[in-house]
Design a protein around this ligand. Structure first.
Ligand code: FES
Length: 115
């Protein structure tokens, strides 16, 4: 079966908007990697929820459509560089149909919680 894709956008660290193809059911971390979005240090723990480097900032209207982060994600988010009220961890967000056109801002820096 063909897996369906939607388009999302990343605002990279230079402020440039990059269009990315996102496969339904994959994580935003996978999407960033599959689309070669230039994110030095991003996704350092490969989605195992132990680094916080996959921190992405969402638009408020998008953020509010997602289920709230669980305790594990919140604990790790607390350690992320430049935390905002609409911050999430890319490895914990699964792409769904409704995310077509969503925009994810890559924070200017990362802090790797693994020290
Ligand atoms: Fe490390 Fe998401 S990739 S917490």
């Amino acid at each position: 079966a063909m897996s369906k894709t939607i388009n999302v956008f990343f605002i990279d660290r230079n402020g440039d908007k990059q269009k990315a193809k996102a496969k339904i059911g994959t994580s935003l971390l996978d999407v960033a990697i599959d689309n070669n979005i230039d994110l030095e240090g991003f996704g350092a723990c490969e989605g195992t929820l132990s680094c916080s480097t996959c921190h992405l900032i969402l638009r408020k209207e998008d953020y509010e459509q997602l289920k709230a982060p669980n305790d594990e994600e919140n604990d790790m988010l607390d350690l992320a560089f430049g935390l905002t009220p609409t911050s999430r961890l890319g490895c914990q967000i699964t792409v769904t149909d409704k995310m077509d056109g969503w925009v994810f801002v890559v924070p200017k820096d990362v802090s790797d919680a693994r020290g």
